[in-house]
Unconditional design. Structure first.
Length: 837
């Protein structure tokens, strides 16, 4: 903020700015720090510039008057501690915010893991730079060889103003008041001219390079105004040389022009001999999500020489007519599809239920972890309660040393700190004890999928057999307590009058869940269920509105598939719409003939299963539905790093590798898809605006879901190796496209409704009324008018429309509804004679 103020007040020399905030006395310290956090980061960067690449990993925790800050590297910690950073921050917070905090600096404890990650990342960066330099060297060499034989002309016909545009080319976003003389290259999006009193013309050109935009000014006179104004227009791509300055009237940074040259706008070209096919693309019909029109998307694909492209909007097929029209006359096949929201409606409430009585032994358990990934994160606590005959008979509770840092966010959520677990046993010691405690009992947990996935994965890592059945109290709560809008543990506990102390501590959550489960058992017993199997019989299936959804891609293979696709989409909208049009798996199974099914994005079933590292048996059940498995660029899933679901980009690559291995293992086709939401990278900001307007949290970094060329996609997947990358990007995408027939969603001919004898009925109806009104025979002028209209109506096949209208009007009038009319039909003489009007 200080820097921006200095820029705007640059006409003052040696200005000192002091900032203080008012109205903070009504806010809590943690809210103040949240608001001020990026200023603290700015201080870190100023004192230790090398921290700039790591600032997102800096954590803080503010509780009352205590602020703890954790730095990701010991190197940064040592550097900042030497600069007495705690005192610097304390003074700044006191001066600007008027708050006095006790500040403690800490460093994360898992540095060795980070070092390995840094080395891997550095090696990749070096390899990429070497390849880039080699390519540039070849290009420069060829350019130099050409230059040796070419005499450069002194006259530059593309230079429309000034002597030259030779200056350091800068991105507009990097310009500031002290940039001096620079050149910028971009597209003109606005032009304004103002005639001044002295006869000169002030030209103001707004230009963008898609990093930012700037106004550029030039004073023209009679000698040059025609040559300049006649050659620039909106959409022109130009290089402008000039000096940056802060305009006190416009109150923004501007540029005074000293040179303008028309440039060739760089366009991406798909140079690959064999092109890929995009099987996952969204248009503006994906509501408030994608920004590209159907027409532009298809035009781009056709221009690149792609033989096909799939249209897969979220839950709708509204882009099909425009897609068909856009492809007309072009050598490109449209693959008509949809990205749907799949619901597993066929599963029992209690899966794999045994036939033992409800008084059998259950172990209700809960775990606390360092994060959400069952493969990379660790368990920090296991709490369990054993139930027999509807009573608590035993307990199990252990804190566990995760041997890695516990983030402040997790510490705040669970109350478990690094100090609490540093001297505790590791999972290698605790897990065998827990397995012994549970024996062959049925396990119970709230949101059991999460807890079971961690226990299952940690058992797999230790080669411990783990095959216990499980019951999810979350699912039971949704069925037994439908009046609740939410079914989180604390909400359910409150509704049932169960005390819940120290929520998010495993032992306390397990105790509360056990008491909730006992109440559920009593409710089930009262409903007549005496065994677990009978629970499914008594309760039936879970309401589809209470189940989660997974994304799925459906592409019509032929006309049978297109018809079935329409049935599936219609059912989702008409019969099973809840927040989104939901596709029940039972409906999909019924109408999947002629449809090719893809696994979609990270929100799809297969990706989720791979991420959880499920068993082959479970994966086989999931993947059986799909024909091809989608793998997507790293950019698409980068948000998972920020959310803590994966550690880094390398883990995302590993997930893609495993997706491909899984596909091949189960006989499915792995295909690289882009999940396209816009054409060019710079359009990412437009989608970000759409998402923000809907209340979504948007990342600082852009998510690049643009339409990639074949070479760009091959470059994206080069970590797979040249052969495998080509297979998933080019070979397999074309293989899927070749399975699809050429389909027209809208037939060329018209297909009006048919009512047998409508032609004769209309003519007789009209003449009968005409005779009643005008007498028999009908006057010549009346007959001529009626014949002319009826011959045209019947000859063009519209008699059936008149008969339908007549029946509709007759029915409406008989029911007491007045009917009005408009348009050419309503105003026709035949309409009056047929009792339509």
């Amino acid at each position: 903020l200080k820097e921006e103020l200095k820029l705007k007040l640059s006409y003052f020399k040696d200005i000192k700015i002091k900032i203080s905030y008012i109205g903070l006395d009504r806010k809590e310290n943690k809210d103040i720090i949240k608001m001020y956090w990026m200023n603290i980061v700015y201080i870190f960067k100023a004192l230790c510039p090398s921290i700039a690449g790591w600032y997102k990993q800096i954590e803080y925790l503010c509780i009352e008057d205590n602020l703890k800050i954790k730095l990701p590297k010991g190197l940064f910690y040592d550097r900042l501690m030497k600069l007495n950073i705690a005192y610097v921050l304390k003074s700044r917070l006191n001066e600007e915010l008027g708050i006095d905090l006790n500040i403690t600096m800490e460093k994360a404890i898992d540095e060795e893991i980070d070092v390995k990650r840094i080395i891997r990342k550095s090696e990749r960066v070096v390899e990429e730079k070497i390849r880039e330099l080699e390519i540039n060297a070849k290009e420069e060499k060829s350019d130099d060889e050409e230059a040796a034989y070419v005499i450069k002309p002194e006259y530059d016909e593309k230079l429309i103003y000034g002597e030259n545009v030779n200056a350091m080319v800068e991105k507009i976003c990097d310009l500031n008041n002290s940039s001096g003389t620079v050149s910028i290259v971009g597209e003109i999006f606005d032009i304004d001219t103002k005639e001044l009193r002295n006869g000169k013309i002030l030209l103001i050109v707004a230009i963008t390079d898609f990093t930012s935009s700037i106004s550029c000014k030039l004073f023209l006179n009679d000698t040059n105004k025609d040559s300049v104004l006649g050659k620039i227009s909106k959409g022109a791509y130009v290089k402008i040389k000039g000096d940056t300055m802060y305009d006190i009237y416009q109150r923004e940074l501007t540029m005074t022009i000293s040179g303008i040259r028309i440039e060739e706008k760089p366009e991406r070209i798909d140079k690959s001999e064999v092109k890929r096919v995009e099987l996952h693309a969204h248009t503006q019909m994906s509501s408030m999500d994608a920004v590209t029109s159907t027409k532009k998307l298809i035009q781009q694909a056709a221009k690149w020489g792609h033989k096909a492209i799939a249209i897969t909007d979220h839950g709708v097929v509204q882009a099909f007519p425009e897609a068909m029209g856009a492809a007309k006359g072009k050598d490109i096949k449209i693959l008509y599809g949809v990205e749907g929201y799949l619901v597993e409606d066929s599963e029992d409430i209690i899966q794999d239920a045994n036939d033992k009585e409800l008084s059998q032994t259950f172990v209700v358990f809960d775990i606390e972890t360092t994060g959400f990934s069952n493969t990379n994160d660790k368990i920090t606590e296991i709490g369990a309660v054993k139930i027999e005959n509807f009573k608590v008979v035993d307990k199990f509770s252990e804190l566990i040393n995760p041997q890695k840092d516990i983030s402040y966010k997790i510490q705040e959520l669970t109350g478990i700190t690094n100090d609490m677990v540093k001297d505790k046993p590791t999972i290698d010691e605790v897990l065998p004890k827990f397995i012994e405690f549970i024996g062959d009992s049925v396990l119970v947990a709230h949101n059991a999928e999460f807890d079971m996935s961690f226990i299952s994965e940690k058992c797999r890592q230790q080669n411990i057999e783990f095959k216990n059945r499980s019951i999810d109290t979350l699912t039971l709560a949704r069925v037994l307590l439908p009046e609740l809008k939410r079914h989180r543990l604390n909400v359910v506990a409150k509704a049932l009058g169960v005390p819940l102390l120290n929520h998010h501590r495993a032992v306390d959550d397990a105790q509360a869940t056990a008491l909730i489960f006992i109440k559920f058992l009593e409710m089930l017993d009262n409903k007549g269920a005496k065994t677990l199997q009978q629970v499914n019989e008594v309760l039936g299936k879970v309401d589809y509105t209470k189940l989660g959804t997974s994304h799925i891609t459906l592409i019509a293979k032929n006309y049978t598939g297109l018809k079935n696709l329409y049935k599936i989409v219609s059912d989702a909208h008409v019969n099973h719409f809840y927040r989104a049009p939901r596709i029940l798996k039972s409906v999909l199974e019924k109408y999947k003939e002629g449809i090719i099914i893809g696994s979609a994005c990270e929100a799809g079933q297969v990706f989720k299963a791979v991420k959880k590292n499920v068993s082959d048996e479970e994966m086989s059940k999931i993947i059986d539905l799909y024909d091809y498995i989608e793998v997507m660029p790293i950019d698409n899933n980068r948000f998972m790093i920020d959310k803590g679901e994966v550690q880094d980009e390398e883990e995302l690559r590993d997930l893609n590798r495993k997706l491909i291995e899984t596909a091949i293992k189960f006989g499915k086709i792995p295909v690289a898809t882009g999940d396209v939401h816009f054409l060019e990278k710079h359009e990412a900001v437009l989608r970000k605006i759409l998402k923000y307007s809907q209340g979504f949290k948007v990342d600082e970094e852009e998510t690049y879901l643009h339409f990639r060329t074949t070479d760009e996609m091959l470059e994206e997947f080069k970590y797979l190796g040249e052969e495998l990358a080509y297979e998933v990007v080019v070979t397999n995408s074309n293989k899927i496209a070749d399975m699809v027939e050429v389909i027209k969603p809208i037939p060329n001919d018209t297909y009006p409704p048919v009512i047998e004898g409508s032609d004769v009925e209309l003519r007789e109806m009209c003449y009968e009324k005409a005779k009643r009104i005008y007498g028999n025979p009908v006057p010549e002028v009346v007959q001529a008018r009626l014949d002319r209209e009826l011959n045209s109506i019947i000859g063009n096949g519209y008699a059936v429309m008149y008969i339908i209208a007549q029946k509709l009007v007759t029915k409406s009038l008989s029911d007491g509804y007045l009917v009005g009319s408009r348009g050419s039909v309503g105003s026709s003489f035949a309409a009056t004679m047929s009792d339509i009007t």
